[in-house]
Design a protein around this ligand. Structure first.
Ligand SMILES: O=P(O)(O)OC[C@H]1O[C@](O)(CO)[C@@H](O)[C@@H]1O
Length: 242
């Protein structure tokens, strides 16, 4: 079931997203969070950092699991999601690095890394909150549209449209990895609560499909319709139809 908050501008978007996460951490300082990368959550992370640096919030006892990671990028590569999380959140807050988990895309054996990540998730308590963005093609994590979806963490071949969308972050489009490791749809739907962040008019159509379209692996985000507690934070552009 969806609850929707539609905001008018970027500042309000980031402040609202951060307030939701901060509220959860204040109520439960030992919360387990599923975290997302991509451009959408960056401003929300910034607001969380500000709160933490003002002493209003602590990540000391928080545990985090990231959704996904590219295959074949060293952890310190500019575009790896390890580096992203370090730069956009972890290094600025008081989180214990031993409590942050991200699939290892650079082990040389991505299938084994995915299997290992599954064992970690199996041992973890249910996530208190899963943060999500959405790809233009309806992917969540890197669960790409197709004829079927996979429940567990697995290796995916990235769609050309996803590689093209993310090419803006790389020196050239050939540098975008062809594969990634992603948490599966099952693990995502296990979270007690999901916060989906969606910004910009180019995401409006896919958001509409996710909310009102048929539940189909052709639009992985449509599976959020079966979750009892999904909060969508959208701006007026993405949520124009709401
Ligand atoms: O927020 P963006 O940059 O549009 O990215 C969309 C989605 O694609 C991913 O980068 C792939 O996992 C997600 O992290 C993100 O939610």
């Amino acid at each position: 079931m969806f609850n929707i908050i539609k905001v008018n501008h970027e500042e309000e978007f980031n402040e609202t997203g951060a307030a939701i996460i901060a509220g959860l951490l204040q109520a439960n300082p030992k919360a387990v969070l599923g975290l997302a990368t991509g451009s959408t959550p960056i401003g929300v992370y910034k607001k969380l950092i500000e709160r933490c640096q003002k002493g209003l919030l602590s990540f000391r006892q928080v545990t985090t699991y990231n959704l996904d990671e590219y295959v074949g990028l060293p952890k310190d590569h500019e575009q790896s999601y390890h580096r992203f999380m370090d730069e956009h959140l972890f290094r600025h807050v008081d989180i214990n690095p031993l409590n942050t988990f991200i699939p290892d895309g650079n082990s040389g054996d991505p299938d084994q890394s995915a299997a290992y990540y599954n064992t970690l998730l199996e041992k973890s308590p249910f996530f208190d909150l899963q943060l999500l963005g959405i790809g233009h093609n309806g992917h969540i994590g890197f669960n790409e549209p197709g004829n079927e979806l996979i429940g567990n963490t697995h290796v995916v071949t990235l769609h050309e449209s996803t590689r093209a969308a993310n090419a803006r972050f790389f020196a050239s489009s050939e540098d975008v990895p062809t594969h990634a490791i992603t948490m599966g749809i099952g693990a995502i739907l296990h979270a007690k609560q999901i916060l989906l962040l969606v910004k910009g008019k180019e995401k409006s159509e896919v958001l509409r499909r996710a909310i009102y379209g048929p539940i189909t692996p052709q639009c992985p985000a449509s599976f959020l319709q079966v979750h009892p507690r999904v909060l969508i934070l959208t701006d007026v552009e993405a949520g124009a139809f709401l």
